[in-house]
Design a binder for this molecule. Sequence first.
Ligand code: NAD
Length: 251
Amino acid sequence: MFRLDNKTSLVTGAGSGIGRSIAGLFARQGAFVWVVDRDAAAGRETLGLIRATGGRAEFAELDVSDPEAALLLAAQLPVLDVLVNNAGIGHVGNLLGTAASDLDRLHSVNVRGPFNLCRAFVPAMLARGRGSVVNMASIGGVVAVRDRLAYTMTKFAVVGLTKSLALDHSHTGVRFNAICPGRVETSFVQARIAEYPDPAKAYRDMASTQLTGRMAQPSEIAAAALYLAADESSMVTGSNLMIDGGWSAGK
Ligand code: NAD
C-alpha cells in the first residue's frame, strides 16, 4: 500500500525539515521527486540524500513567491501527479509586534506561494483528470496560535485555499487537501525557540501544547503527506488532516 510508482511529484521547501522528509519518503515509495527550494545548497543536499539511497529526483531552484518563475518551471516539467506546497516561513508577534511588512512577507510565501504553484501546475493536472495537491497548513490554520498573528492569518488562508480548490475542481479527479501539523522539531521551530528570552522554557512550553507532551518528528508529517498523495486516499478531498498530537482537541 501507499506506493507512488510511476508518479511524478514536486515538493516545495524540500531543502529542510518536513519537506526534506516528504521528498525522501516519496522517493522511497517509488515516485520521481522534483526537489524545489529557494536555497540551492539545501535543495541539492536533499537531492544527494535521495540519490544516495537509489531514489529518482531532480532539483529546481525556485522562490515560490515568484509567479513568473513558477510558470516557467511548470512549462519545463511533465504533468505532475502530486504537488506538495510545503515551503513556508514563520514570524513571532502579536498585533503590536507585527508590521504590515511582516504580514506581506509571510503572505507572499505562505499564501501566494501555494497559489502561484497551483496556478502554474494544476491546469495540466485538471486537463489530465487526476492528481493530488497537498498544502502544508498548520495547527495555526484552524485555531489561533498565541503571538503568531501573521502566521495564523496566512495558515487560515491556506486551509481556505485548499477547500476552495477542492470545491471547484474535485469533480475533475484532482484532489486538494491540507495537513495541519502541531509543533514539529525542525530548524523552523528551533529558530522560533531561539527568539525567546528563555529558549529552554520555550521548548518545554511548545512541547506541552500537544496532548502527547512532545513535538512531532518530520517523518510523522511525511507519513500524512504520503497518505494524501497515494491512491489509497482517493475519496479524500477538501480535508485538513490534523497531525497535532491532539492540540486542537481542546484545553
Ligand atoms: P524549514 O524552515 O525547516 O524548511 C522550510 C524550507 O522552505 C527551507 O528549505 C526553505 O529554504 C524553504 N523556503 C522558504 N521560503 C521559500 C520560498 N519562498 N521559496 C522556496 N522555498 C522556500 O520549515 P519546516 O518546519 O520544515 O516547515 C515546512 C512547512 O510546515 C511550512 O509551511 C511550515 O509553516 C509548516 N509547519 C511547520 C511546523 C513546525 O512546527 N515545524 C508546524 C506546522 C506547520
